[in-house]
Write a protein that binds this ligand. Structure first.
Ligand SMILES: Cc1ncc(COP(=O)(O)O)c(C=O)c1O
Length: 384
């Protein structure tokens, strides 16, 4: 029997990165197997080690975001929760919020929900055929009641990276705030908080950071007060029913996922040990090569932003994207996602609202052989 692992060409990294670096798996297992205590609750040796891991995780993430205050980094249980906390925690009844057509459902759905409840009004600004936002559209959509701009830093369908600094400047000039969804950039791009000027940044640990699922990241500037979406035990101020006032305490009710925090520390150290920007350059090089070679094939439409995140979407004339994903795996072990990729708005602008796209995402462990395998399958289908 051939080893199925050897046949696995994993190109679904924008969904979750795989394989994980060995030190990440080792730290995750060590936290579960040996430490086995919860952070922020008790004083015995392993509990103190758990505290230290969570503190280190905050410091590492603060460093990755550009040297921000670790005390303003919280670890909700995933990026979707972090984004919901940022949105629900900062809007008030009567506010107007601007989102973008390039955004993920992790932000578009909470905005839609709040609008349906008649709590806020929203404007979703358009994007171009590669998923890029024109910041002028955000400026034009501004109203006196606008409080918040929510934008994905990089489209999870086309890889297009938005001009976050321009969006932050527009928001700040008008007394508003920018929430940046860095799910597809944190780990690939440096210093996102400081370079963008965003007021809040949210991301998962399990994508480009190379950590595990179970925790997300939410950073906010010191002047951003967030009402806690979730209330519960924090291990602090336990004698009162009021939620504590400290930023992370307020946003981390419930038992933290210690193995995921330990994995995040190891992942940050693994990223830091790579020669500067080499992981991003490697992944983006493979994506650019794949996009160029697919573009050369008749009947293939490639939708990938140049110089974006290492994501390549494409369609093939005469095939449903779901069929292509099945054929990629059957013919060459290539694992890719097809469909709409949890991005409800973008496909209208990409012209892919019939069935979405096939999406390839290149991670640090992919090689030129994976590109060759994709090109072999698609050229066989288009020539046949
Ligand atoms: C752009 C973007 N935002 C948010 C998310 C949500 O991340 P999670 O599912 O880890 O909560 C994703 C996940 O695919 C994403 O691509």
């Amino acid at each position: 029997m051939p080893d199925p692992q050897l046949l696995r060409r994993y190109l679904d990294n924008p969904a979750t990165s795989w394989p994980k670096p060995e030190p990440v798996l080792a730290a995750w297992e060590q936290a579960a197997r040996v430490i086995g205590a919860t952070a922020g609750r008790a004083g015995y040796r392993e509990a103190l080690e758990a505290d230290a891991i969570r503190r280190r995780a905050r410091e590492r993430v603060a460093g990755l975001l550009g040297g921000v205050d670790p005390g303003r980094v919280a670890f909700p249980a995933g990026a979707t929760l972090a984004l919901n906390m940022a949105i629900h925690g900062s809007v008030q009844s009567g506010d107007h919020v601007i989102g973008t057509a390039a955004d993920h459902n992790a932000t578009l759905r909470p905005l839609h929900w709040l609008r349906q409840q008649r709590l806020i009004d929203t404007t979703i600004v358009p994007c171009d055929g590669l998923g890029r936002i024109d910041p002028d559209d955000v400026a034009r959509a501004w109203r006196p009641a606008t409080r918040l701009v929510v934008c994905t830093h990089a489209s999870n369908v086309t890889g297009a990276v938005q001009d976050a600094a321009a969006l932050a400047a527009i928001a700040h000039d008008r007394g508003g705030r920018l929430l940046l969804d860095a799910a597809q950039t944190l780990g690939l791009l440096p210093d996102i908080a400081t370079a963008s000027g965003a007021d809040m940044v949210a991301a998962p640990a399990h994508k480009w950071l190379q950590g595990m699922s179970g925790i997300g990241i939410l950073w906010a500037r010191p002047d951003v007060e967030l009402a806690p979406l979730i209330q519960g035990g924090t291990g602090t101020a336990s004698d009162t029913l009021d939620m504590p006032t400290g930023f992370s305490d307020r946003l981390e009710a419930g038992t933290p996922d210690l193995p995921a925090l330990a994995a995040l520390v190891a992942a940050s150290d693994w990223l830091a040990a790579q020669p500067a920007a080499s992981m991003a350059a490697h992944c983006c090089g493979l994506a650019a090569d794949c996009a160029a070679r697919l573009r050369d094939l008749d009947g293939v439409r490639v939708i990938a932003a140049p110089e974006g995140a290492p994501i390549v979407s494409f369609t093939v004339d005469g095939y449903d994207p779901a069929e292509i994903a099945v054929l990629l795996e059957q013919m060459a072990g290539v694992q890719a996602r097809s469909g709409f990729h949890c991005a409800a708005g973008v496909h209208e602008y990409l012209g892919t609202d019939a069935g979405g796209t096939v999406r390839l995402g290149f991670g640090p462990f992919n090689t030129a052989d994976d590109v060759a395998a994709v090109v072999m399958v698609i050229s066989t289908l288009t020539q046949g």
